[in-house]
Design a protein. Sequence first.
Lengths: 111, 113
Amino acid sequence: DGGITQSPKYLFRKEGQNVTLSCEQNLNHDAMYWYRQDPGQGLRLIYYSQIVNDFQKGDIAEGYSVSREKKESFPLTVTSAQKNPTAFYLCASSTGGNEQFFGPGTRLTVL
Amino acid sequence: AQSVTQPDIHITVSEGASLELRCNYSYGATPYLFWYVQSPGQGLQLLLKYFSGDTLVQGIKGFEAEFKRSQSSFNLRKPSVHWSDAAEYFCAVGPSNDYKLSFGAGTTVTVRA
């Protein structure tokens, strides 16, 4: 079955640590996205990539980094510079400007 | 810049009653419009989309939405709600020539027996 997988489902981080969230898709989509979701705030775009080896900052990129070395993969690193990283993180993919397909999400908690 | 407003944070509806969720958008040209649904702790699932053509759009799970350009609205409706429709609903807008979507803050729907 085609789809988007995110791992891990739950992630715990100590303050000062970097953590990497995985996102893989087998839909052959060119574009991939990372969103952060906080209660009552909807989804906010962190980074997006329209093509391999290229990506753009979204609305809240500070404290995050990404890479896009393969079409199928778009990992997100939450760095120690992100002051309030506890949130639900969603990865999505799309073909051009069409609808985005979402993964199941990763819940990150800072201890 | 594009933006989306969902005026209702929380709606409670009885099972079998009708449901309407409001969505107002701000965008200079004809937008692409979407409604997504999210169950707790899960990702988002597309309910329906509007790109062009007929302004009444049918989606999955018995939902429909109507695009009204004059009111900059894209309201979601369902004639008879089931308990399984309890979830959070997001409206999103995007330009036809870009990849980025803007999401509303969401409306949580509670279904009472």
